[in-house]
Design a protein around this ligand. Structure first.
Ligand code: ATP
Ligand code: MG
Length: 378
C-alpha cells in the first residue's frame, strides 16, 4: 500500500448499479480513488469499463447507488458541473481549428484574458511536447500527436480528475509504449487523479498505482500490479493477468498453518490459512516459480515428464506433462535449471510461491464486498 491510501478519496463509488433495460452491466461496485492516484479499470471487452467511466463523468445515469466527487454526491449533476475532464480514444479534436485554438477552446469559453490563455496554452503544449505545433491542423498530425493535443486540451482546464478511455488504443505498439510512459510522467508531474480505462494488461501494469480488474460488471480484485500478480484473489484474475498454472485441488488436511492438498496431478503441502477440510480450491503457480528436481522434494509429490524446451532468447519456456495429461508451464532464465525433453522430473516451488484460491462464489463475493472498505462520505 502506498502513502496515498491514507488520504481521503477524491472519487467514491458506493454500490453502483447500471442497467440498460433488463441488462445488468455494472453490478453493485464499490471503489475509492485517491487524490493524485493513477487508477486503471482493466477488463475484457464489454465488462463495463466505459460505462463506469461515463457514470463518473456524468454522461450516463446510474440505476442505483451513489457517486461522490470530493465528498459531494453527484446525483443529478450534469457533466459540465463536475470537476472532471474526459479524453476518449477518438481524439474528438475540432478539425477546422489549429492546435492552439483546439487547446484554447475551453479557456475562451470561460472568457479568460487573451494573454493568460496564450501563457496557459504554451505551458500545456510544452508539457505534452508539442511546442511549435500551434498552427498545425489536426489532419496534418500523426495519431500520437493528435492524442497529445487531446490531452493538452483536457488538462489546460486544471481538472481535479482526468478520465481516459483507451486513449492510446489507435496508436501502434511502439508509440503506444512511449506514450504510456509519457502519460504516467505527466500525471506524476501534474498530480492530477487519473482514472484510466484499458483492456491491455501490460499497459495497466506499466502505468497504474492501482488496478481494478473488472469482469462481468464487478471488480474481481483491486490492488497494485504487484499485489494482483503475486496474490490473485480469484481464478479469473490469475488467468487474466500474466501466465499461470492452475490446479484444481481438494483440501485433505489442515495442520498448524500448513494445508495438505490432493489433486489429480499429485499431492502438495502449502502454507495457507482460511480453508476447510474437503473444500475444493484452485492452486495457482506462476511459470517462473515452477522448479524441477531429479528426485522427489519434501512436501511435493508431483511427477511429470519434460515435453519440450523452447528457447526464446531471454527465457527458456518448458512444458511438463503431468500424469493426468495436464501441461505445466515453466519459464526460466537460460542459465537456470533445465532438463532435456523426455526427462522424468519432480516439480516443486519455494514456500509462498503458490496462491490458493477459493472456488465457492460466496467466499469470493465476501472478498469483493470487503475489498473496499474506506471511509464512506456522509
Ligand atoms: N447505450 C447502451 N445501451 C445498451 N447497452 C449498452 C449501452 N452501452 C453499453 N452497453 C452494454 O453494456 C455492456 C458494457 O459496455 P461497456 O461499453 O461499458 O464495455 P467496455 O468494458 O468499455 O468494453 P470495451 O473494452 O469493448 O470498450 C456491454 O454489454 C454493452 O453492450
Ligand atoms: Mg469501452
Amino acid at each position: 500500500m502506498t502513502e496515498k491510501m491514507d488520504k481521503k478519496p477524491i472519487i467514491s463509488l458506493r454500490n453502483v448499479i447500471k442497467k440498460y433495460g433488463e441488462n445488468l452491466v455494472v453490478n453493485k461496485i464499490n471503489l475509492d480513488i485517491y487524490q493524485g492516484e493513477f487508477l486503471t479499470l482493466l477488463g475484457a471487452s464489454g465488462c463495463g469499463k466505459t460505462t463506469t467511466l461515463r457514470m463518473i463523468a456524468g454522461f450516463e445515469d446510474i440505476t442505483e447507488g451513489e457517486i461522490f466527487l470530493e465528498d459531494e454526491n453527484m446525483a443529478g449533476k450534469p457533466p459540465y458541473h463536475r470537476n472532471v475532464n474526459t479524453v476518449f480514444q477518438s481524439y474528438a479534436l475540432f478539425p477546422h481549428m489549429n492546435v492552439f485554438d483546439n487547446v484554447a477552446f475551453g479557456l475562451v469559453e470561460k472568457k479568460m484574458k487573451k494573454a493568460e490563455i496564450r501563457k496557459k496554452v504554451r505551458e500545456v503544449l510544452e508539457l505534452v511536447q508539442l511546442t511549435g505545433f500551434e498552427r498545425r491542423k489536426p489532419d496534418q498530425m500523426s495519431g500520437g500527436q493528435k492524442q497529445r493535443v487531446a490531452i493538452a486540451r483536457a488538462i489546460v482546464n486544471n481538472p481535479r480528475v482526468l478520465l481516459l478511455d483507451e486513449p492510446l488504443g489507435a496508436l501502434d505498439l511502439k508509440l503506444r509504449r512511449q506514450m504510456q510512459l509519457d502519460l504516467k510522467h505527466l500525471q506524476q508531474q501534474l498530480n492530477i487523479t487519473f482514472v484510466y480505462v484499458t483492456h491491455d494488461q501490460e499497459e495497466a501494469m506499466t502505468m497504474s498505482d492501482r488496478i481494478a480488474i473488472m469482469n462481468g460488471g464487478v471488480f474481481e480484485q483491486i490492488g497494485t500490479a504487484e499485489e494482483i500478480y503475486e496474490h490473485p484473489k480469484t481464478k479469473f484474475v490469475a488467468d487474466f493477468i500474466g501466465e499461470s498454472n492452475i490446479f484444481e485441488t481438494s483440501i485433505h488436511a489442515v495442520e498448524e498453518k500448513m494445508l495438505k492438498l490432493i489433486m489429480e496431478q499429485g499431492d502438495v503441502t502449502v502454507r495457507e490459512q482460511g480453508f476447510e477440510v474437503n473444500e475444493i480450491a484452485y492452486l495457482c503457480v506462476r511459470p517462473e516459480n515452477i522448479k524441477i528436481s531429479e528426485f522427489p522434494v519434501e512436501g511435493f509429490n508431483l511427477k511429470g515428464i519434460i515435453k519440450e524446451n523452447i528457447y526464446v532468447g531471454s527465457q527458456i519456456k518448458t512444458t511438463i506433462e503431468m500424469i493426468n495429461g495436464y501441461l505445466v508451464k515453466k519459464t526460466a532464465f537460460p542459465d537456470g535449471d533445465m532438463k532435456p525433453a523426455g526427462s522424468i522430473v519432480y516439480l516443486y516451488w519455494d514456500d509462498g510461491k503458490s496462491v490458493l484460491m477459493h472456488t465457492k462464489e460466496d467466499k469470493i463475493y465476501n472478498y469483493i464486498e470487503s475489498a473496499e472498505g474506506g471511509s464512506i462520505p456522509s
